[in-house]
Structures are given as C-alpha cells and as structure tokens.
Design a protein around this ligand. Structure first.
Ligand SMILES: [Zn+2]
Length: 746
C-alpha cells in the first residue's frame, strides 16, 4: 500500500490551509505490494484478533502507547483495555508480532460462513464478442483471447459468448464446438424470450481452460461478422422495413449477468466479463442515440464539451449494479473510431471494478498485450477501504473508481482492484481549533483495506495439501493496515517546502474532471486557471512578508511567477499549463473526440501520482547514441530541442512512447535502435512497469511524418489552442497568470 500526501507537514488550522492556496489530502494505492518507499508489509495471521479502539474503531498500531494492561489510541487518545489473550501476546515485545514491529501490516482473516463454503472458488472469465463488426475487429479480438488463454491459470473456467441481434453461447466441452442462439427483441423495452440457462446450462457454457484450450481456439476461428442479409432476415427488421442496427449489447450484458449470477458464491467468488465492442449499442435494451454527436458538430451555440460528457441514460449505471450483485466485474474493450458514447457506457466498467479501454483502430491496437498484462497480474476483489484520521481533521471528498457504502461515511467498496489502482482523499479540519501548536500529538492517518484474493493451491506454503488439490484455488481474506504519522507546519514556508507536486497534481486532476463532468470543460479550465492565480498570489504574499521583515521592500513589487524560492512548487505552473493543453481539457473544436476524453478521464482517475505526471507532462530524455544517454530531462519545447545537439530523443507520454531521430542525426546511427542497446533496455523497463501497454513509435525527422512527436512539444503552443502560429505558448501563459495575480493581490 503506497500512500503519498500533498505535503508531509500539515497546515496547523483552516486559516493556514487557506493561506497556503494548496489542496490538502493524499493518494493511496491500496493493493500495491510495497509502500511508497519500496518497503513491504509485515505479514501475519489472525487479523480479526487485532485490538481496536472502542471509541474510534482504529486498529492498534506501532504509534499507540502500550502498557501492560492497556493501550492508548494514537488517533483519538482513548485508553483501551487489553484482552487477556492480547496481554499474553504483547507481554514480551517481539519482532515476530507484525503489529508491534511495523506500521504497515498485512494479516490473514478467517473466511466468513459463505466464503468458507466455497472450497473450490474458481476464477471465471467470459468473453462477449461483438459480431456486428468487421473481419479485422474479430481477428484482433481472437488474438487478444488467444493471448488471454495463455495467461489464465489452470483451474480457471472460460465461457465464450457473442452478441449482435442475437446472443450466441458456445459449448466447447464436447468433441466439436456447438453454438446456441437466443434472439434479442429489437425494442428497448422487451426482455429476452428465453433465459440463457434454458438455452444452455451455465456449467456447460463454462469450460475448464486446461482441457478445452484447443476447442476454445477452434470456436474462435468460426466467428464471422453478421452479414446484412442475416440481419435483415433475422429479427432486426424495423416496422416499416428499414434495417435497424444490430448491436444488442445492453440486452446481452443484462442476460449474461443474470446467467452467471446463479453460480455466484458457489462456483466463483468473482467472474470477469470481457466485453469487446466495435461501436455503440443500437439494438434492444440500452441502445444509445449517437446522433447527439452530429448535432453538436452542427450547432455552434451549445458547449459541446458540456453536452457530450453526461450519460444519456441511467441504463448502464443500473446494469453495473446488477453486475455487482451477480459477482461480475466488466472490462470494456472498445475498438472503434465511431462515436460510441462511452460517457454512458463507462459506468458498466468503472462501477463494477473493471477497466475501460479505447482503441481508435485495429491496426495499431495493443489489445492483445493489454489483455495478457491484465490477466497476468494479481488482483484483489470484494474490497473495503476505510480511512481514519486523528480527531482534529477528517476526510472531505474521496476520488477514484469506488462506490460509497450506503450506511457508513468514509467507507468505500471496491469490487476489483489491481496493484496500480489509486484513490485520493482530501481533508478538512473538524473544527476551528486545528492542531494545537504545542501539542505532542502529531496528525495520524490510518488506512484499512480488507480484500479477498484467489490463491492457486500451488502457491501456498503448505506442502501437506493432498495432490487432488492441484490446479485448484482457495480464497484468502486479508486485512492490510497502514498507519502514518505526519508533522505540522509552524509556518507557511514549512508547508511549501514539504509539498509533493505530483500528489497536488493528482488532486487537481480529480477536481477538474468532476467539474468538467458537471459544468463542462470550460469551467474545468477556469477552475485550474484560478487555482494557479490564487496559489501564486498566496505564495508571493508569504514571500513578500519575509522580505518586508528583512527590510527589503524593493522585491515586493515584483511577482515571482516561477516559484523561484521554493523548488517544491516550481513544477506547478508548467503542470497546470500542460494539463490545459491535455486532451482531457482541450476544447471540442480542437478535435478532441468525446469518447477519447471520457477514456482519459477514466484512465487518469486511477493512476498513481508519478504515472499521472508522466501522462500530463511527458518526460523527454535525449541520447547521443542508442547506447549513451545525453540528458535525463528536457522541457517539452522546440527551442530546447534545437539548442540541444543530441540526435536521439525518447518521449514517454504514459500511453505513447516515441523514439525520435532528429533530421540532422548522423545517418550511420542505426534506426530503429537495435534490440540490445541501452535505449531499448530503458523502453522495455518503462513498458514493464505500466498498467497498460504503451504504443511505441519510431520517427525519423525529415523523413517520416513527425506530427505525432511535435504535438507533444507543447511549450510553444497557445494554451487555448486558438493561435498555434503565435508561438507564445508557455511564456505568454505565465504573463497572463502574472497579470491575473497582480489584479487579485490588489
Ligand atoms: Zn481511537
């Protein structure tokens, strides 16, 4: 569990917080194997016996004072008695007790009744493939699924389904694959005429991967796109004979979840559905009206960025609830450049704990690699995340792909979560007092994360398991707790000096996404602009105060826009500028596809702070040869490139990696860089540590089209995208901020 705060020294009270102009909060990556400094937890068992505070329910931790019979809670100060068992356990302090040796523990919990009955919880995966598509789409989907089959552990069950104007269920357990079809009524109201269970019993549909791999592959080979002839002769005929669409996605998903739900808690504890789509649902339940996209283009008066961001129907949000109740997590893979209205569809994946992937074409899609990667990494499910703080402050907002508990405040449920998934909180003071200036009690945050993992019995230490359990899986419930102590800042400079600008960026990104969803992109941009103005003003205010005390008044008239006195704040103006240039916040008129914007919103709101930094302000390094790095960091400016005499540049924009050879590069330098060189080694390292597969491009300046690379050189671009030729970019942005700061300070 990695936790990073906006500043390691907390503001002393709400006045100090306001005066700082900074957000106050933290990010948490609960299922990360290590903490933010690379240290793992102390492992143990009997998490249910860990003492808890009778006042605030915090767990006992290393910051609590422990006496012979009692302990004092480090969060609320309550004195709690110890049970006789705990007294015996803690009577001689010992390094082998996790909770007394580390503030980061991971403890096994006993399974509750229903989980205990699931002695053979098997991982279940279902692929749902859009046949209302093209040959190219199906080829890509097939190769993705063949990659997936290689990544699935023995003992997993796999089901293959298709959807169009009908649902196809494959039985691959017999000698030849058999498909059963259920036709979907075309209108948005009718349900299926037949339950899927009646078309094919679920356990016939879910096939063991290890014995059926070849037949699953054979069944995949038989998939063909639905032809218009099939569609018109099927149920897809409109009343007046006009051919209607044929992608009955909503009905198919609803039917699949109900189908799988019958074995939830019996065969499986979590089933994952991979939904492959080549366009918007336009048939049956949950069909989407994609004409709203065209209408936006036609009209000039409406804020398109605002109109296209909200969902047009609650159908997919409600469907996500059905998925969750059926123990299903949905990953949506959209391979299309058609307007698909991900704004409506996204809820299906984010609320069920899945991911949303968007590929604009089948040609350069990294879908098979993403699939393999996703299945090859561990995930936790059925998770509960709870953040507690000492009494002086409390969480204000929470951000990320979880949903709140209907009953308890500050308790979040996460259906499925991998080691990358990151969440954020911001804080407010509980009252006007704040942290006492003279108190010995520092601010404390405790994050508890309860989760379940499926463990193959091979992975268990216990060598006495009977051989019959080979290839089987068992459930493990665990409790991970991280307790952190922070310091308080005695003055504003102490806050500024302890700022983590990447965490500040994370909170800003969450806030602007929320504002742009509610009030449009324009409002999101305005919020960001105003925030930077206020921060700069507050910083200058604090700084000038120091100057005045020193009797140096001449400096006070000059606004320091670059935060030259505080290296921790210095990156922020550049990051805000880059965020304003990011497709996340660029205007519709600049050609940002609404689905791409939604995809970025979903991606950026789960990234940990350093990855997000890379996505917003890509890192640019240079090489003098493929084997020798020249400079580790360049600003994203054409001028910087021109003045540097390096022939090779490597740009990492999180989703895209570009190797760029300048037009003046020595022609004897091998292109593309050879497999065994340092540059390739670095590229591979970057690829391995990433939650998605970045797209890798090689570009030769002067020979290839370099637009893809040059678009990332943002510092000469106009912040509003209105005047590319002006080449004022970042410099004029700073001038503008500086003027606004001067006005604000008056
Ligand atoms: Zn307490």
């Amino acid at each position: 569990m990695a936790v990073r705060a906006t500043a390691s020294r907390f503001p002393i009270d709400s006045d100090a917080l306001e005066a700082s102009g900074l957000p106050w909060g933290l990010t948490v990556t609960p299922f990360a194997a290590k903490d933010e400094t690379g240290i793992g937890p102390a492992y143990g068992s009997n998490g249910h016996l860990l003492p808890r505070c009778e006042n605030c329910y915090a767990y006992f931790n290393t910051y609590c004072e422990l006496d012979q019979w009692a302990w004092t809670c480090s969060l609320c100060g309550t004195l709690n008695g110890l049970s006789s068992d705990a007294i015996a356990r803690y009577s001689y302090p010992h390094d082998s007790i996790p909770e007394t040796s580390s503030s980061f523990v991971d403890l096994e919990l006993p399974l509750d009744g229903s989980e205990e009955e699931m002695t053979q919880a098997r991982p279940v995966y279902v692929a749902a493939i859009d046949l209302s598509s093209s040959e190219e789409f199906l080829e890509l989907t097939k190769s993705a699924l063949l990659a997936a089959l290689e990544a699935l552990s023995p003992g997993s069950l796999f089901g293959l389904a298709t959807f169009s104007h009908k649902i196809g269920l494959y039985d691959v357990q017999g000698p030849i694959p058999v498909v059963k079809n259920v036709f979907i009524p075309p209108d948005a109201e009718s349900k299926l005429p037949l339950e899927l269970e009646d078309a094919m019993p679920l356990l016939q549909f879910l096939a063991p991967v290890e014995t059926c791999k070849d037949r699953i592959a054979a069944a995949l080979e038989t998939l063909r796109p639905i032809t218009s002839w099939e569609r018109s002769s099927g149920a897809a005929q409109g009343i007046d004979g006009v051919l209607m669409g044929g992608r009955g996605f909503g009905t198919a998903m609803e039917a699949l979840f109900n189908y799988l739900g019958s074995e939830f808690g019996n065969t499986f504890a979590l089933a994952r559905v991979f939904a492959f789509m080549s366009g918007p649902p336009d048939y049956g339940r949950g069909q989407l009206d994609t004409s709203r996209y065209g209408e936006q283009y036609a009209s000039k008066r409406v804020d398109a960025d605002r109109a296209l961001l909200p969902e047009q129907t609650p159908f997919y949000k409600d469907l996500a609830t059905i998925a969750v109740q059926s123990g299903v997590c949905v990953d949506v893979f959209a391979v299309t450049n058609e307007y698909t209205d991900l704004a409506s569809l996204k809820f299906l994946s984010i609320e069920s704990g899945g991911s949303l992937f968007l590929y604009s074409s089948t040609d350069d899609s990294t879908l098979p690699q993403d699939m393999f990667r996703m299945l090859n990494r561990p995930y936790a499910f059925n998770c509960v995340l709870r953040l507690r703080t000492s009494t002086e402050f409390k969480p204000l907002h929470s951000y990320g792909h979880f949903f709140p508990d209907p009953q308890y405040e500050n308790l979040q449920h996460i259906i499925c979560c991998d080691s990358y998934a990151t969440y954020a909180y911001d804080f407010e003071f509980a009252n006007n007092t704040g942290f006492s200036r003279h108190s010995r009690e520092p601010p404390v945050v405790q994050i508890a994360f309860q989760y379940t993992v499926v463990v193959p019995t091979e992975g268990l230490q216990n060598s006495e398991l009977p051989s019959s359990s080979r290839g089987k899986h068992v459930l493990q419930r665990r409790l991970r707790i991280r307790t952190m102590q922070f310091e308080t800042a005695q003055n504003i400079n102490e806050i500024y000096d302890s700022v983590d600008h990447e965490v500040v960026l994370s909170l800003l990104v969450h806030k602007v996404i929320l504002v742009s969803l509610e009030d449009g992109v324009r409002e999101g941009r305005a919020l960001l602009h105003d925030w930077l103005v206020i921060l700069t003003a507050q910083y200058n205010d604090a700084y000038n105060l120091v100057q005045y005390k020193n009797g140096n008044k001449s400096m006070s008239s000059q606004i320091d826009i670059t935060f030259s006195q505080c290296p921790q704040l210095e990156p922020l103006p550049r990051l805000v500028f880059a965020l304003l240039r990011n497709p996340l916040l660029r205007f519709h008129e600049e050609g940002v596809h609404p689905d791409y914007r939604i995809y970025l919103q979903c991606l950026f709101s789960v990234l940990e702070p350093s990855s997000l930094h890379c996505g917003i302000y890509p890192s640019l390094t240079s090489y003098s040869t493929p084997d020798k790095q020249a400079y580790p960091r360049h600003s994203l400016s054409r001028a910087a490139l021109l003045t540097s005499d390096s022939p090779i540049f490597f740009l990492d924009a999180y989703t895209t990696l570009i190797v760029f050879y300048t037009s003046t590069a020595d022609p004897s330098l091998p292109f593309p860089p050879p497999q065994d060189c340092l540059l390739r080694k670095n590229i591979n390292m970057v690829k391995q540590g990433r939650s998605i597969t970045p797209k890798l491009m090689f570009i030769r300046g002067g020979k290839d089209d370099a637009t893809a690379f040059e678009n990332y050189l943002i510092e000469e671009q106009d912040v509003d995208g209105s005047g590319f030729a002006s080449a004022k970019g970042f410099v004029s942005f700073l001038d503008d901020i500086s003027q606004s700061v001067a006005e604000y300070m008056k």
